[in-house]
Write a protein that binds this ligand. Structure first.
Ligand SMILES: [Zn+2]
Length: 96
């Protein structure tokens, strides 16, 4: 059962709805609400503009994560989406 810590008054800075509320269990086995600010960063395909999969949005991972955690390990990983890459391959092979 999820037990939320009932706090009627939070800090004014935490009332913003742009903060994500995450319920985590702390070491004292009590569930608490943590307020997490998302980076707002989304990696997008350079051709179609679709958000890319496999690219983290967490700035901590982007800054300090290993290279293989930052983008898919395939040609144009983190640059093109899979559909645009398939089209680009076809164009390159057929010499259109
Ligand atoms: Zn694309």
């Amino acid at each position: 059962m999820l037990i939320l810590r009932c706090r009627s008054v939070v800090k004014p800075g935490l009332r913003s709805r742009s903060l994500k509320r995450v319920v985590k269990r702390v070491p004292s086995s009590v569930s608490r609400v943590f307020y997490v600010r998302s980076s707002g960063y989304v990696a997008r395909c350079s051709i179609c503009g679709k958000p890319l999969g496999g690219v983290p949005r967490d700035l901590k991972v982007i800054r300090y994560g290993s290279k293989s955690h930052k983008r898919p390990e395939r040609p144009f990983g983190g640059v093109l989406c899979s559909k645009c890459l398939a089209v680009a391959y076809r164009v390159a092979v057929r010499g259109l």
